[in-house]
Write a protein that binds this ligand. Structure first.
Ligand code: FES
Length: 131
């Protein structure tokens, strides 16, 4: 007698990690960086865990705007900003249409064939701009 194991049919295949590409930044990441992030984690934590010393003055509770980033690719897979994040973003240096707060962005689940989440770190933070 033989046994078989049923394999559940999957719809769109998802990956265990999501590729993230950080564009070069003169101080924080001069060469740029690529890494695999865990879906569901805060983007700010994944950046910090991979050696990028992004500011996070309010300890990642959407109250300071120092973790401001620009999502230059893959933003369509990220949950949109809520009102609280939008209000804080108004305080960010160098705000544009692709601005997000890294403590509010959850790494999306990657789909097969989708590109990386591309992150640009602003030249300055709100704190530096005041100095
Ligand atoms: S760490 Fe303060 S708003 Fe993100």
């Amino acid at each position: 007698m033989s046994t078989t194991t049923a394999v559940a049919a999957d719809s769109a295949p998802t990956l265990a990690t999501t590729p993230v590409r950080v564009l070069p930044h003169p101080e924080l990441c001069p060469e740029g960086l690529a890494f695999d992030a865990r879906p569901g984690r805060k983007l700010v934590d994944e950046l910090l865990n991979h050696g990028i010393a992004i500011e996070h003055a309010c300890e990642k509770v959407c109250a300071c705007a120092t973790c401001h980033v620009h999502l230059r690719g893959g933003a369509e897979h990220v949950k949109p900003a809520d009102e609280e994040e939008e209000d804080q973003l108004d305080e960010a240096w160098g705000l544009d249409a692709q601005s997000r707060l890294a403590c509010c962005v959850r790494v999306p689940r990657a789909q097969q064939g989708a590109g990386a989440l591309v992150v640009e770190l602003p030249r300055y933070t709100k704190n530096h701009a005041r100095e």
